[in-house]
Design a binder for this molecule. Structure first.
Ligand code: NG6
Ligand code: CA
Length: 492
Protein backbone atom coordinates (compact mmCIF):
# COMPACT_ATOMS: atom_id res chain seq x y z
CA UNK A 1 0.00 0.00 0.00
CA UNK A 2 1.22 3.49 -0.76
CA UNK A 3 1.94 5.69 2.21
CA UNK A 4 -0.66 8.24 3.08
CA UNK A 5 0.05 11.59 1.52
CA UNK A 6 0.76 13.84 4.47
CA UNK A 7 2.64 17.08 4.69
CA UNK A 8 5.84 15.18 3.91
CA UNK A 9 7.74 16.56 0.90
CA UNK A 10 7.68 14.44 -2.20
CA UNK A 11 4.54 12.49 -1.30
CA UNK A 12 1.83 12.19 -3.91
CA UNK A 13 -0.77 14.78 -3.14
CA UNK A 14 -4.26 14.11 -1.96
CA UNK A 15 -6.62 15.59 -4.50
CA UNK A 16 -9.79 17.42 -3.55
CA UNK A 17 -11.93 18.74 -6.37
CA UNK A 18 -14.70 21.08 -5.29
CA UNK A 19 -17.22 21.46 -8.10
CA UNK A 20 -19.73 24.27 -7.69
CA UNK A 21 -23.04 24.37 -9.49
CA UNK A 22 -23.88 27.41 -11.65
CA UNK A 23 -21.34 29.78 -10.08
CA UNK A 24 -20.35 32.32 -12.70
CA UNK A 25 -17.09 33.96 -13.61
CA UNK A 26 -17.98 37.12 -11.69
CA UNK A 27 -19.71 35.56 -8.69
CA UNK A 28 -16.86 35.35 -6.19
CA UNK A 29 -14.34 37.65 -4.56
CA UNK A 30 -11.27 36.37 -6.41
CA UNK A 31 -13.01 37.24 -9.68
CA UNK A 32 -14.17 40.70 -8.72
CA UNK A 33 -17.48 40.33 -6.87
CA UNK A 34 -17.94 43.03 -4.23
CA UNK A 35 -21.53 42.59 -3.08
CA UNK A 36 -20.91 39.12 -1.77
CA UNK A 37 -17.99 38.26 0.45
CA UNK A 38 -16.18 34.95 -0.04
CA UNK A 39 -13.33 35.00 2.50
CA UNK A 40 -12.46 31.32 2.11
CA UNK A 41 -12.16 31.55 -1.66
CA UNK A 42 -10.19 34.78 -1.23
CA UNK A 43 -7.79 32.97 1.09
CA UNK A 44 -7.51 30.08 -1.33
CA UNK A 45 -6.80 32.43 -4.24
CA UNK A 46 -4.16 34.28 -2.22
CA UNK A 47 -2.42 31.00 -1.43
CA UNK A 48 -2.91 29.42 -4.83
CA UNK A 49 -3.12 29.93 -8.54
CA UNK A 50 -6.07 31.75 -10.07
CA UNK A 51 -6.86 30.90 -13.69
CA UNK A 52 -8.45 33.46 -15.98
CA UNK A 53 -8.85 31.25 -19.09
CA UNK A 54 -10.25 28.03 -17.65
CA UNK A 55 -13.34 26.42 -19.13
CA UNK A 56 -16.12 24.05 -18.27
CA UNK A 57 -16.75 21.60 -21.04
CA UNK A 58 -20.31 22.72 -21.53
CA UNK A 59 -22.78 25.44 -20.55
CA UNK A 60 -24.92 22.93 -18.61
CA UNK A 61 -24.32 20.41 -15.93
CA UNK A 62 -24.58 16.85 -17.25
CA UNK A 63 -22.31 17.32 -20.26
CA UNK A 64 -19.73 19.21 -18.21
CA UNK A 65 -19.64 16.45 -15.62
CA UNK A 66 -19.43 13.80 -18.30
CA UNK A 67 -16.37 15.50 -19.81
CA UNK A 68 -14.80 16.22 -16.47
CA UNK A 69 -14.84 12.55 -15.50
CA UNK A 70 -14.16 10.90 -18.89
CA UNK A 71 -11.78 13.32 -20.59
CA UNK A 72 -13.99 13.21 -23.69
CA UNK A 73 -15.90 16.21 -25.04
CA UNK A 74 -19.58 15.64 -24.29
CA UNK A 75 -20.68 16.70 -27.76
CA UNK A 76 -19.37 13.31 -28.91
CA UNK A 77 -21.71 11.48 -26.57
CA UNK A 78 -25.31 11.20 -27.73
CA UNK A 79 -27.82 11.74 -24.92
CA UNK A 80 -25.50 13.77 -22.73
CA UNK A 81 -27.86 16.73 -22.33
CA UNK A 82 -29.39 17.70 -18.96
CA UNK A 83 -30.68 14.36 -17.63
CA UNK A 84 -33.95 13.68 -15.82
CA UNK A 85 -33.72 12.17 -12.33
CA UNK A 86 -34.67 8.68 -13.50
CA UNK A 87 -32.09 8.46 -16.30
CA UNK A 88 -29.81 5.42 -16.48
CA UNK A 89 -26.11 5.91 -15.93
CA UNK A 90 -24.57 7.86 -18.80
CA UNK A 91 -20.96 6.73 -18.35
CA UNK A 92 -20.53 3.07 -19.21
CA UNK A 93 -19.52 0.85 -16.26
CA UNK A 94 -15.84 0.04 -16.48
CA UNK A 95 -15.03 3.16 -18.45
CA UNK A 96 -11.76 4.90 -17.58
CA UNK A 97 -12.45 8.05 -15.59
CA UNK A 98 -10.51 10.46 -13.43
CA UNK A 99 -11.61 8.30 -10.48
CA UNK A 100 -10.52 4.99 -11.99
CA UNK A 101 -7.18 6.47 -13.02
CA UNK A 102 -6.53 7.65 -9.47
CA UNK A 103 -7.75 4.37 -8.02
CA UNK A 104 -5.23 2.63 -10.24
CA UNK A 105 -2.59 4.94 -8.79
CA UNK A 106 -3.48 3.67 -5.31
CA UNK A 107 -5.84 6.44 -4.24
CA UNK A 108 -8.94 6.00 -2.10
CA UNK A 109 -11.67 7.65 -4.13
CA UNK A 110 -14.93 9.26 -3.08
CA UNK A 111 -17.71 11.40 -4.53
CA UNK A 112 -20.01 13.48 -2.37
CA UNK A 113 -22.83 15.71 -3.64
CA UNK A 114 -24.54 16.32 -6.93
CA UNK A 115 -24.17 13.52 -9.45
CA UNK A 116 -26.52 14.20 -12.39
CA UNK A 117 -24.96 11.52 -14.59
CA UNK A 118 -27.74 8.97 -14.25
CA UNK A 119 -27.91 5.93 -12.01
CA UNK A 120 -28.86 2.33 -12.62
CA UNK A 121 -29.59 0.63 -15.90
CA UNK A 122 -33.09 1.97 -16.51
CA UNK A 123 -36.31 1.68 -14.48
CA UNK A 124 -34.42 2.20 -11.24
CA UNK A 125 -36.01 0.70 -8.13
CA UNK A 126 -35.10 3.28 -5.49
CA UNK A 127 -36.07 0.82 -2.75
CA UNK A 128 -33.38 -1.68 -3.67
CA UNK A 129 -29.68 -1.29 -4.37
CA UNK A 130 -29.26 1.42 -7.02
CA UNK A 131 -26.66 0.07 -9.41
CA UNK A 132 -24.60 0.70 -11.45
CA UNK A 133 -23.42 3.99 -10.05
CA UNK A 134 -20.14 5.68 -9.16
CA UNK A 135 -18.65 2.36 -7.95
CA UNK A 136 -18.74 1.14 -11.55
CA UNK A 137 -16.42 3.92 -12.74
CA UNK A 138 -13.80 4.02 -10.01
CA UNK A 139 -15.32 5.53 -6.85
CA UNK A 140 -14.90 3.56 -3.60
CA UNK A 141 -17.41 5.72 -1.76
CA UNK A 142 -20.41 7.78 -2.79
CA UNK A 143 -22.98 10.00 -1.11
CA UNK A 144 -25.17 11.53 -3.77
CA UNK A 145 -27.83 13.99 -4.66
CA UNK A 146 -28.87 11.71 -7.53
CA UNK A 147 -29.75 14.38 -10.13
CA UNK A 148 -30.27 18.02 -9.11
CA UNK A 149 -31.81 19.83 -6.18
CA UNK A 150 -34.81 20.72 -8.33
CA UNK A 151 -35.44 17.20 -9.64
CA UNK A 152 -36.94 14.12 -8.06
CA UNK A 153 -35.93 11.91 -6.31
CA UNK A 154 -35.34 14.33 -3.42
CA UNK A 155 -33.33 11.88 -1.31
CA UNK A 156 -29.66 11.09 -0.76
CA UNK A 157 -28.15 7.85 -2.02
CA UNK A 158 -25.15 6.53 -0.10
CA UNK A 159 -23.22 3.67 -1.66
CA UNK A 160 -26.26 2.67 -3.70
CA UNK A 161 -28.88 2.88 -0.93
CA UNK A 162 -31.41 5.63 -0.26
CA UNK A 163 -30.48 7.11 3.11
CA UNK A 164 -33.09 6.84 5.86
CA UNK A 165 -35.64 4.96 3.75
CA UNK A 166 -38.49 3.34 5.67
CA UNK A 167 -39.29 0.04 3.90
CA UNK A 168 -42.94 0.56 4.80
CA UNK A 169 -43.00 3.78 2.79
CA UNK A 170 -41.41 2.85 -0.52
CA UNK A 171 -40.44 5.42 -3.13
CA UNK A 172 -41.86 5.79 -6.60
CA UNK A 173 -40.18 8.22 -9.01
CA UNK A 174 -41.59 9.05 -12.37
CA UNK A 175 -41.16 11.62 -15.12
CA UNK A 176 -43.73 12.79 -17.63
CA UNK A 177 -46.84 11.46 -15.88
CA UNK A 178 -48.19 12.64 -12.51
CA UNK A 179 -48.65 10.18 -9.65
CA UNK A 180 -52.30 10.22 -8.57
CA UNK A 181 -52.87 11.63 -5.10
CA UNK A 182 -49.48 13.41 -4.88
CA UNK A 183 -49.75 17.20 -4.61
CA UNK A 184 -48.11 19.15 -7.43
CA UNK A 185 -47.15 22.77 -7.74
CA UNK A 186 -49.48 23.31 -10.66
CA UNK A 187 -52.52 22.16 -8.68
CA UNK A 188 -51.57 23.32 -5.20
CA UNK A 189 -49.96 26.76 -5.48
CA UNK A 190 -51.05 27.51 -1.91
CA UNK A 191 -48.57 24.90 -0.65
CA UNK A 192 -45.57 26.65 -2.25
CA UNK A 193 -43.06 29.04 -0.75
CA UNK A 194 -42.33 30.46 -4.21
CA UNK A 195 -44.02 30.11 -7.54
CA UNK A 196 -42.14 28.53 -10.38
CA UNK A 197 -41.27 30.88 -13.24
CA UNK A 198 -40.46 28.13 -15.77
CA UNK A 199 -41.38 24.46 -15.36
CA UNK A 200 -40.81 23.22 -11.79
CA UNK A 201 -44.51 22.71 -11.09
CA UNK A 202 -44.58 19.01 -10.32
CA UNK A 203 -44.16 17.10 -7.01
CA UNK A 204 -43.89 19.35 -3.95
CA UNK A 205 -41.13 18.59 -1.47
CA UNK A 206 -40.43 20.93 1.46
CA UNK A 207 -42.77 23.57 0.05
CA UNK A 208 -40.95 23.65 -3.30
CA UNK A 209 -42.35 22.13 -6.46
CA UNK A 210 -39.79 20.22 -8.50
CA UNK A 211 -39.21 18.75 -11.94
CA UNK A 212 -40.49 15.15 -11.90
CA UNK A 213 -42.87 13.25 -9.70
CA UNK A 214 -42.23 11.31 -6.55
CA UNK A 215 -44.27 9.45 -3.99
CA UNK A 216 -43.34 7.91 -0.65
CA UNK A 217 -39.98 7.96 1.10
CA UNK A 218 -41.23 10.74 3.41
CA UNK A 219 -38.64 10.08 6.13
CA UNK A 220 -35.82 10.01 3.59
CA UNK A 221 -36.62 13.30 1.86
CA UNK A 222 -34.00 15.96 2.15
CA UNK A 223 -34.54 19.35 3.72
CA UNK A 224 -33.03 21.94 1.40
CA UNK A 225 -31.88 24.21 4.23
CA UNK A 226 -29.70 21.39 5.60
CA UNK A 227 -28.23 20.22 2.32
CA UNK A 228 -24.93 22.10 2.47
CA UNK A 229 -24.43 21.00 6.08
CA UNK A 230 -25.17 17.37 5.23
CA UNK A 231 -22.95 17.01 2.21
CA UNK A 232 -20.12 19.11 3.64
CA UNK A 233 -20.10 16.87 6.70
CA UNK A 234 -20.00 13.76 4.50
CA UNK A 235 -17.07 15.28 2.61
CA UNK A 236 -15.11 16.14 5.76
CA UNK A 237 -15.93 12.68 7.21
CA UNK A 238 -14.44 11.13 4.10
CA UNK A 239 -11.27 13.18 4.59
CA UNK A 240 -11.10 12.21 8.28
CA UNK A 241 -11.44 8.50 7.53
CA UNK A 242 -8.49 8.30 5.18
CA UNK A 243 -5.61 6.69 6.96
CA UNK A 244 -3.40 4.77 4.60
CA UNK A 245 -3.75 5.97 1.08
CA UNK A 246 -3.61 9.25 -0.67
CA UNK A 247 -7.19 10.13 -1.51
CA UNK A 248 -9.27 11.74 -4.20
CA UNK A 249 -12.45 13.50 -3.16
CA UNK A 250 -14.86 14.86 -5.76
CA UNK A 251 -17.08 17.18 -3.74
CA UNK A 252 -19.87 18.47 -5.89
CA UNK A 253 -22.06 21.07 -4.20
CA UNK A 254 -25.69 21.90 -4.81
CA UNK A 255 -24.90 25.59 -4.33
CA UNK A 256 -25.74 27.82 -6.06
CA UNK A 257 -28.24 25.94 -8.27
CA UNK A 258 -31.99 26.38 -7.85
CA UNK A 259 -33.85 25.98 -5.59
CA UNK A 260 -31.72 28.40 -3.61
CA UNK A 261 -32.55 27.69 -0.01
CA UNK A 262 -29.45 28.37 2.04
CA UNK A 263 -29.54 27.59 5.75
CA UNK A 264 -31.13 30.47 7.73
CA UNK A 265 -27.69 31.38 9.09
CA UNK A 266 -26.66 32.41 5.56
CA UNK A 267 -29.87 34.13 4.54
CA UNK A 268 -29.46 37.86 4.13
CA UNK A 269 -25.67 37.56 4.42
CA UNK A 270 -24.87 39.16 1.07
CA UNK A 271 -25.87 42.40 -0.59
CA UNK A 272 -27.19 40.72 -3.72
CA UNK A 273 -30.06 38.54 -2.64
CA UNK A 274 -30.73 34.86 -2.16
CA UNK A 275 -28.50 33.76 -5.03
CA UNK A 276 -25.49 35.48 -3.46
CA UNK A 277 -26.50 34.15 -0.03
CA UNK A 278 -26.13 30.69 -1.56
CA UNK A 279 -22.63 31.75 -2.66
CA UNK A 280 -21.84 32.67 0.96
CA UNK A 281 -22.93 29.15 1.90
CA UNK A 282 -20.75 27.68 -0.86
CA UNK A 283 -17.80 29.66 0.46
CA UNK A 284 -18.50 28.28 3.94
CA UNK A 285 -18.36 24.73 2.54
CA UNK A 286 -14.99 25.49 0.94
CA UNK A 287 -13.78 26.80 4.28
CA UNK A 288 -14.93 23.64 6.07
CA UNK A 289 -12.97 21.51 3.62
CA UNK A 290 -9.85 23.63 4.09
CA UNK A 291 -10.27 23.42 7.87
CA UNK A 292 -10.61 19.63 7.71
CA UNK A 293 -7.40 19.37 5.70
CA UNK A 294 -5.67 21.59 8.22
CA UNK A 295 -6.98 19.57 11.19
CA UNK A 296 -5.54 16.39 9.72
CA UNK A 297 -2.27 18.03 8.79
CA UNK A 298 -2.95 17.55 5.09
CA UNK A 299 -2.92 21.12 3.80
CA UNK A 300 0.60 21.19 2.45
CA UNK A 301 0.33 18.13 0.32
CA UNK A 302 -3.23 18.36 -0.90
CA UNK A 303 -4.01 19.60 -4.37
CA UNK A 304 -7.23 21.52 -3.89
CA UNK A 305 -9.15 22.64 -6.95
CA UNK A 306 -12.30 24.77 -7.02
CA UNK A 307 -14.34 25.39 -10.14
CA UNK A 308 -17.92 25.48 -11.42
CA UNK A 309 -19.84 23.25 -13.83
CA UNK A 310 -21.28 26.00 -16.07
CA UNK A 311 -21.92 29.70 -16.13
CA UNK A 312 -24.35 31.70 -14.04
CA UNK A 313 -28.11 32.01 -14.35
CA UNK A 314 -30.30 34.37 -12.36
CA UNK A 315 -33.87 33.19 -12.98
CA UNK A 316 -33.57 29.45 -13.48
CA UNK A 317 -37.17 28.56 -12.88
CA UNK A 318 -38.33 29.95 -9.53
CA UNK A 319 -39.56 33.39 -8.54
CA UNK A 320 -37.05 33.61 -5.71
CA UNK A 321 -36.23 37.30 -6.11
CA UNK A 322 -32.72 36.64 -7.39
CA UNK A 323 -33.09 39.01 -10.32
CA UNK A 324 -34.78 41.81 -8.40
CA UNK A 325 -32.10 41.68 -5.68
CA UNK A 326 -28.99 41.68 -7.90
CA UNK A 327 -28.17 45.20 -6.77
CA UNK A 328 -25.56 45.72 -9.47
CA UNK A 329 -23.87 42.36 -8.96
CA UNK A 330 -22.59 40.91 -12.26
CA UNK A 331 -22.74 37.10 -12.10
CA UNK A 332 -20.68 36.66 -15.29
CA UNK A 333 -18.36 39.60 -14.53
CA UNK A 334 -17.26 41.17 -17.82
CA UNK A 335 -18.42 38.24 -19.92
CA UNK A 336 -21.41 37.95 -22.22
CA UNK A 337 -24.00 35.24 -21.60
CA UNK A 338 -24.19 32.67 -18.87
CA UNK A 339 -25.54 29.19 -18.32
CA UNK A 340 -26.91 27.70 -21.60
CA UNK A 341 -25.02 30.24 -23.71
CA UNK A 342 -22.29 29.73 -26.30
CA UNK A 343 -20.76 33.10 -25.35
CA UNK A 344 -17.91 33.17 -22.84
CA UNK A 345 -20.19 33.47 -19.81
CA UNK A 346 -21.54 30.00 -20.56
CA UNK A 347 -18.34 28.10 -20.00
CA UNK A 348 -15.50 30.29 -18.74
CA UNK A 349 -15.24 29.38 -15.09
CA UNK A 350 -13.59 30.46 -11.89
CA UNK A 351 -10.78 27.97 -11.37
CA UNK A 352 -8.50 28.01 -8.35
CA UNK A 353 -5.66 25.59 -7.68
CA UNK A 354 -3.86 25.36 -4.37
CA UNK A 355 -1.09 22.97 -3.42
CA UNK A 356 1.31 24.68 -1.02
CA UNK A 357 3.98 22.02 -1.54
CA UNK A 358 4.24 22.58 -5.28
CA UNK A 359 2.20 25.47 -6.59
CA UNK A 360 3.37 29.05 -6.20
CA UNK A 361 0.61 31.60 -5.68
CA UNK A 362 -0.22 33.77 -8.67
CA UNK A 363 -2.44 34.26 -11.68
CA UNK A 364 -2.33 32.17 -14.84
CA UNK A 365 -3.72 33.06 -18.26
CA UNK A 366 -3.08 29.57 -19.63
CA UNK A 367 -5.96 28.07 -21.61
CA UNK A 368 -7.12 24.98 -19.73
CA UNK A 369 -10.29 22.91 -19.76
CA UNK A 370 -11.91 20.72 -17.16
CA UNK A 371 -11.71 17.96 -19.75
CA UNK A 372 -7.92 18.11 -19.20
CA UNK A 373 -8.02 16.89 -15.63
CA UNK A 374 -7.91 13.26 -16.67
CA UNK A 375 -4.65 13.43 -18.64
CA UNK A 376 -3.11 15.94 -16.22
CA UNK A 377 -3.85 13.92 -13.09
CA UNK A 378 -2.80 10.73 -14.86
CA UNK A 379 0.53 12.43 -15.59
CA UNK A 380 0.83 13.62 -12.00
CA UNK A 381 0.27 10.12 -10.62
CA UNK A 382 2.23 8.41 -13.40
CA UNK A 383 -0.63 6.37 -14.79
CA UNK A 384 -0.46 5.75 -18.54
CA UNK A 385 -3.49 6.37 -20.72
CA UNK A 386 -4.17 4.38 -23.87
CA UNK A 387 -5.07 6.21 -27.07
CA UNK A 388 -8.73 5.35 -26.48
CA UNK A 389 -8.88 6.90 -23.02
CA UNK A 390 -9.50 10.59 -22.45
CA UNK A 391 -9.55 11.35 -26.16
CA UNK A 392 -9.92 15.11 -25.66
CA UNK A 393 -7.91 15.42 -22.48
CA UNK A 394 -4.57 17.22 -22.75
CA UNK A 395 -1.85 16.97 -20.19
CA UNK A 396 -1.73 20.59 -18.99
CA UNK A 397 -0.08 19.69 -15.70
CA UNK A 398 2.76 22.21 -16.08
CA UNK A 399 0.13 24.95 -16.44
CA UNK A 400 -1.91 23.65 -13.50
CA UNK A 401 1.21 23.69 -11.35
CA UNK A 402 2.11 27.19 -12.50
CA UNK A 403 5.33 25.93 -14.06
CA UNK A 404 4.31 26.98 -17.54
CA UNK A 405 2.13 29.72 -18.95
CA UNK A 406 1.13 27.49 -21.84
CA UNK A 407 -1.96 25.33 -21.66
CA UNK A 408 -3.79 23.89 -24.62
CA UNK A 409 -3.80 25.56 -28.02
CA UNK A 410 -7.50 25.30 -28.69
CA UNK A 411 -10.68 24.30 -26.95
CA UNK A 412 -14.18 23.47 -28.14
CA UNK A 413 -17.01 25.24 -26.30
CA UNK A 414 -20.39 23.57 -26.11
CA UNK A 415 -23.87 24.89 -25.43
CA UNK A 416 -25.87 22.52 -27.58
CA UNK A 417 -24.13 24.24 -30.51
CA UNK A 418 -20.34 24.39 -30.72
CA UNK A 419 -17.74 27.14 -30.85
CA UNK A 420 -13.98 27.11 -30.73
CA UNK A 421 -11.40 29.15 -28.89
CA UNK A 422 -7.79 29.28 -30.10
CA UNK A 423 -5.33 31.83 -28.77
CA UNK A 424 -7.11 35.15 -28.61
CA UNK A 425 -9.79 34.16 -31.10
CA UNK A 426 -13.26 32.85 -30.52
CA UNK A 427 -15.29 31.55 -33.44
CA UNK A 428 -18.97 30.57 -33.50
CA UNK A 429 -20.22 29.02 -36.74
CA UNK A 430 -23.61 29.65 -38.25
CA UNK A 431 -25.88 27.04 -36.70
CA UNK A 432 -29.35 25.76 -37.37
CA UNK A 433 -30.32 26.06 -33.73
CA UNK A 434 -30.03 28.74 -31.10
CA UNK A 435 -28.24 28.69 -27.76
CA UNK A 436 -28.90 30.32 -24.43
CA UNK A 437 -32.14 31.28 -22.78
CA UNK A 438 -33.33 33.08 -19.66
CA UNK A 439 -30.53 35.61 -20.12
CA UNK A 440 -30.17 39.03 -18.76
CA UNK A 441 -27.04 40.11 -20.55
CA UNK A 442 -27.23 39.35 -24.24
CA UNK A 443 -26.42 35.67 -23.98
CA UNK A 444 -29.08 34.42 -26.35
CA UNK A 445 -28.12 33.48 -29.88
CA UNK A 446 -30.94 32.86 -32.31
CA UNK A 447 -30.97 29.97 -34.75
CA UNK A 448 -29.26 30.86 -38.03
CA UNK A 449 -27.35 33.79 -36.54
CA UNK A 450 -24.43 34.63 -38.85
CA UNK A 451 -20.90 33.41 -38.14
CA UNK A 452 -19.21 35.27 -35.32
CA UNK A 453 -15.56 35.94 -34.63
CA UNK A 454 -14.25 37.79 -31.61
CA UNK A 455 -10.83 38.98 -30.59
CA UNK A 456 -11.04 38.26 -26.87
CA UNK A 457 -7.85 40.18 -26.18
CA UNK A 458 -9.55 43.48 -26.95
CA UNK A 459 -13.20 42.38 -26.77
CA UNK A 460 -13.70 40.08 -23.82
CA UNK A 461 -17.42 40.91 -23.81
CA UNK A 462 -17.89 39.62 -27.41
CA UNK A 463 -19.61 42.75 -28.68
CA UNK A 464 -17.71 43.38 -31.89
CA UNK A 465 -18.06 40.62 -34.48
CA UNK A 466 -14.95 40.88 -36.69
CA UNK A 467 -15.72 38.03 -39.05
CA UNK A 468 -15.82 40.41 -42.07
CA UNK A 469 -12.51 41.94 -41.11
CA UNK A 470 -10.63 38.66 -40.62
CA UNK A 471 -12.22 36.14 -43.01
CA UNK A 472 -9.03 34.05 -43.13
CA UNK A 473 -8.96 33.66 -39.37
CA UNK A 474 -12.61 32.62 -39.40
CA UNK A 475 -11.89 30.10 -42.13
CA UNK A 476 -8.97 28.63 -40.22
CA UNK A 477 -11.02 28.39 -37.02
CA UNK A 478 -13.93 26.77 -38.86
CA UNK A 479 -11.58 24.18 -40.33
CA UNK A 480 -10.04 23.49 -36.93
CA UNK A 481 -13.43 22.97 -35.33
CA UNK A 482 -14.48 20.68 -38.13
CA UNK A 483 -11.30 18.65 -37.76
CA UNK A 484 -11.75 18.18 -34.01
CA UNK A 485 -15.35 17.09 -34.53
CA UNK A 486 -14.65 14.77 -37.48
CA UNK A 487 -11.59 13.04 -36.09
CA UNK A 488 -13.46 11.88 -33.01
CA UNK A 489 -10.57 12.90 -30.83
CA UNK A 490 -8.31 15.89 -30.29
CA UNK A 491 -5.50 14.51 -28.12
CA UNK A 492 -2.62 13.12 -30.15
C1 NG6 B 1 -33.45 23.04 -16.89
C2 NG6 B 1 -34.28 23.60 -15.75
C3 NG6 B 1 -33.36 24.38 -14.84
C4 NG6 B 1 -32.19 23.53 -14.39
C5 NG6 B 1 -31.49 22.96 -15.60
C6 NG6 B 1 -30.36 22.02 -15.25
C7 NG6 B 1 -36.59 24.19 -16.39
C8 NG6 B 1 -37.47 25.22 -17.02
N1 NG6 B 1 -35.31 24.50 -16.29
O1 NG6 B 1 -34.24 22.24 -17.70
O2 NG6 B 1 -34.06 24.86 -13.73
O3 NG6 B 1 -32.64 22.49 -13.56
O4 NG6 B 1 -32.39 22.23 -16.39
O5 NG6 B 1 -29.35 22.70 -14.62
O6 NG6 B 1 -37.07 23.13 -16.00
S1 NG6 B 1 -27.94 22.02 -14.55
O7 NG6 B 1 -27.08 22.98 -13.90
O8 NG6 B 1 -28.11 20.82 -13.77
O9 NG6 B 1 -27.53 21.77 -15.91
CA1 CA C 1 -24.96 23.46 -13.27
Amino acid sequence: MLPRATGAPGGRPNIVLIYADDIGYGDTGPYGATRVRTPNLDRMAAQGLRFTNAYCSSATCTPSRYSLLTGEYAFRKPGSGVLPGDAPMLIEPGRTTVASVLKKAGYATGVVGKWHLGLGAGNVDWNAEVKPGPEAIGFDYSFLIPATGDRTPCVYVENGRVVGLDPNDPITVQYGKPIPGEPTGVNNPGMLRWFPSHGHDQTIVNGISRIGYMKGGEAARWVDEGMADTITRKATDFIAKQQENPFFLYFSTHDIHVPRVPHPRFQGKSECGIRCDATVQFDWSVGRIMDALERHDLTRNTLLIVMSDNGPVVDDGYEDGAFEDLNGHLPAGPLRGGKYSIYEGGTRTPFLVKWPERVKPGVSDALVGQVDLMASLAALTEVGLSGQEGVDSFNVLPALLGESGAGREHLVQHAGILAIRAGKWKYIPKADRGSGSLHWNGGNRPANAPEELYDLEVDLGERNNVVQKYPQVAKRMAALLEKVVKEGRSRN
